[in-house]
Design a protein around this ligand. Structure first.
Ligand code: BGC
Length: 758
């Protein structure tokens, strides 16, 4: 009985406690509601526009100014206090992630988080943080499958979140107009449709993880020589049909929260204070809602930069900057005098905040945590396996299956695979496999990712005797090749930011290949390059695999393709010229000279970039855009072409006609019967592509509408796109120079405005 009373007493107390807890929870919730009413940007039910505007409305002038000025890693202690206020110096010193790219202070009073910015084109780049590197962006573009960079983007964003970042400087989409551009490896090729789709995959993947991504470098930043002073002349028509079309399609597909404007001038105006590019095209015509951040140090003024469209000065003090143009010291007098309107400052701050709400950064902040490097390496390996391009395979020398002896030569294949230099370079997990190579300084050091093709070949071919020669001594390499059944020569071309290169392979590598090929007719060449290279020895070797920079598990991917465990399915995202004489520009202005020369480049080839240039000139390249072989065979058939409500709809069927499973790519091009009458820069343009994973004997089909801008010309006079009436030939197959399927279609005259605010 006594026990029962005690129990009753206990349960009564529990009820009382529970009630108290409930009422405390209710009170807390009520308090949150009151607070959220007073701070509507915390209210998740409101739209990102409403939240960003409400937050800015609550800011003081100094707080708004905090949003538009970002800092790099340099020591700010010596900066004058009226340029960088002491509170900002202390904040940056306490919160900047060392070795990263940038930091924009937050406003704790209003719960606005700082922006932690890191480069992330192929992986999180922080000097002392080892992270996973995907293959170069050019390599993943060769997969012709946007799902590949999308998976990579998710992986990078997760590593970035776990490293404390919320803003990724990624999404390079400059066209490979200049094949010697040292940053082509960071971009996604020469065609606006392919480049936009592949970069869109990356950005979609990144932003799906509650992260802001840029797209960059806007715009026409197509050479690195003199990148901070070069003035690019190009007509608005050509620009809209080439470089800007890639950005436009990318923006529509992936909605990046930020756009990074580039270092160069375009038609006489700095890209980061270019009214036409930033205000007219990006913000007005395309309806871009996020913010324009400067490339590091690319700001030249206060009033013009603000009024002509720059929203955030980033990375101060860095990279030969031209003064802290958006610091309070310069902004306040401009605001006081009315040279910059207060509503423009509000617009700048609102634009900076909008993507933080839109992408989920605000509601789901990044948290440091452990990274599963094994799982992430597999993402990188899969990307490489989908992307490497088999360029030649005479006599089906590849895949190597029951080979008894193998000579592996050159390219540091005993240690790892090459990566590109500059701000996209990732500190590899496991360290640099070949430290100490030249150049050691920016955009170096040269980095080899520790994924040895030699080791992977040895484990993939356990019964074969596999020897290695560094290639430094050609005679020794030849001797090894002579006593081996098959020789594999690895050749490399290192490219990096802030420099351009040559298409010729350096350091006697051509002589090495030629000598080995002469010694052993079964010679395979594996190319690790930033982009296109010349191959004077091509006729002497039966097989060539283009690996670009194949990423953290590149060695494994190369070995698995060479030994047939993976069937190659990459296709070239850019044309390989047969010689320098085929290039649109004999010289790159300012090439090889010290930076800072006020050079000029005129892109008079206009929109005829890449394969369009070769077609227009009737040149036969070494390898065409879209070329790529497989260990199986595909046949494209059943072309579908019709006009539906003013839209061209195309499609085709692809069948795997060989004995192995494999990935096949259908490419659809359109060629006007009269390209001049149609106003086109070249005979044909890519309008659709699709990759299929097909079992032997299997087939796949697709039908999709064509974006009519791909058939149009842009005309400045009425700011509109135009399709000229006439006959157009729809061509389909597996490469730009291999298009036997043709169907004619008649299109009516069409015109529509280039202004398409969503
Ligand atoms: C590069 C950008 C990069 C930035 C920050 C600049 O030099 O051009 O691509 O995002 O540095 O590292």
């Amino acid at each position: 009985m006594i026990r029962k009373v005690r129990m009753m007493k206990r349960s009564a107390r529990a009820v009382l406690l529970a009630c108290a807890a409930l009422s405390m929870a209710a009170q807390a919730q009520a308090q949150v509601q009151v607070r959220d009413q007073a701070r509507p940007w915390l209210d998740k039910s409101k739209s990102p526009d409403q939240r960003a505007r409400a937050a800015v409305a609550a800011m003081t002038l100094d707080e708004k100014l905090l949003m538009i000025m970002g800092y790099g890693g340099a020591d700010l202690s010596k900066e004058p206090d009226d340029v960088v206020p002491p509170s900002v110096k202390a904040d940056v010193a306490a919160h900047f992630i060392q070795g990263s790219a940038g930091y924009v202070p937050g406003i704790p009073r209003l719960s606005i988080p700082p922006q932690w910015q890191t480069d992330a084109s192929i992986g999180v780049r922080v000097e002392k943080m080892a992270r996973t590197a995907l293959p170069s962006s050019l390599a993943t573009a060769a997969s012709f499958d946007p799902g590949v960079p999308e998976a990579g983007g998710r992986m990078i964003a997760q590593e970035a979140r776990k490293s404390g970042f919320n803003t990724l400087l990624a999404g390079g989409v400059n066209l490979a107009r200049e094949p010697r551009n040292g940053r082509n490896f960071e971009y996604t090729g020469e065609d606006p449709l392919l480049a936009s789709a592949m970069t869109a995959g990356l950005i979609r993947g990144i932003q799906s993880q509650h992260m802001v991504s840029t797209m960059k470098h806007y715009a026409v930043n197509d050479q690195e020589s003199q990148r901070t002073t070069v003035d690019v002349t190009i007509s608005p028509e050509a620009m809209r049909q080439s470089d800007l079309l890639a950005f436009e399609l990318l923006y529509e597909q992936a909605k990046p929260g930020s756009v990074m404007c580039s270092y160069n001038l375009v038609n006489g105006r700095w890209a980061c204070e270019n009214d036409y590019l930033l205000n007219k095209i990006l913000k007005q015509d395309w309806g871009f809602k996020g913010y324009v951040m400067s490339d590091w140090g690319a700001v030249h003024s206060t009033v013009d930069a603000a009024n002509f469209g720059l929203d955030q000065f980033t990375g101060y003090p860095c990279c030969n900057h031209h003064g802290a143009s958006f610091a309070a010291k310069y902004m306040k007098p401009a605001l006081d005098s009315g040279a910059i309107a207060m509503r423009r400052l509000d617009d700048m701050a609102t634009r900076v905040l909008w993507p933080l709400f839109d992408s989920g950064v605000f509601d789901d902040p990044a948290k440091a945590g452990p990274i599963d490097f094994k799982a992430d390496a597999l993402v990188a390996q899969r990307a490489a396996e989908e992307s490497l391009v088999l360029l030649k395979n005479a006599g089906s020398l590849l895949p190597l299956t029951d080979v008894k002896s193998l000579a592996v030569i050159g390219g540091h294949a005993d240690k790892g695979v090459l990566a590109g230099g500059g701000s996209s370079g990732v500190t590899p997990v496991g360290g640099n496999a070949v430290p100490g190579l030249e150049p050691k300084t920016w955009p170096g050091p040269v980095v080899y990712l520790p994924s040895s093709p030699l080791a992977a070949l040895r484990s993939g071919l356990p019964k074969a005797k596999v020897g290695f020669a560094s290639g430094d001594d050609i005679a020794a390499a030849v001797a090894l090749a002579k006593r081996s059944e098959v020789a594999i020569v690895f050749v490399t071309q290192w490219m990096g930011e802030g420099m351009d290169g040559t298409l010729a392979l350096g350091a006697q590598q051509d002589a090495l290949v030629a000598a080995v090929a002469q010694a052993n007719p079964k010679t395979v060449v594996v190319v690790e390059s930033g982009g296109a290279v010349l191959m004077p020895w091509l006729g002497q070797v039966p097989a060539v695999l283009e690996a670009f920079y194949p990423g953290a598990r590149g060695g494994e991917a190369i070995a698995r393709i060479l030994t047939g465990k993976v069937n190659p399915s990459g296709h070239l995202p850019l044309t390989f010229p047969a010689s320098d004489a085929q290039l649109a520009h004999a010289e790159i202005p300012g090439f090889g000279k010290p930076d800072g020369l006020p050079v000029h480049v005129t892109y008079d080839e206009g929109a005829a970039v890449g394969y369009k240039w070769y077609d227009a000139k009737g040149y036969q390249p070494l390898f065409a855009f879209g070329h790529g072989l497989s260990y199986t065979t595909f046949a494209v058939s059943n072309p579908q072409v019709h006009v539906d409500d003013g839209l061209l709809v195309v499609g085709a069927t692809i069948g795997n006609t060989g004995k192995r499973d494999g990935g096949g790519v259908v490419q659809v091009y359109v060629a006007p019967a009269d390209p001049r009458a149609a106003g086109w820069e070249a005979p044909k343009r890519l309008v659709a592509f699709k990759k299929f994973a097909l079992q032997a004997g299997g087939s796949g089909a697709f039908v999709q509408p064509v974006d009519m801008r791909l058939l149009a010309t842009y005309e400045t006079a009425d700011d509109s796109w135009h399709v000229k009436a006439g006959t157009y030939r729809v061509l389909a197959d597996q490469a730009a120079d291999d298009l036997p399927l043709a169907v004619d279609v008649t299109l009516p005259e069409m015109t529509w405005s280039a202004v398409h605010k969503p």
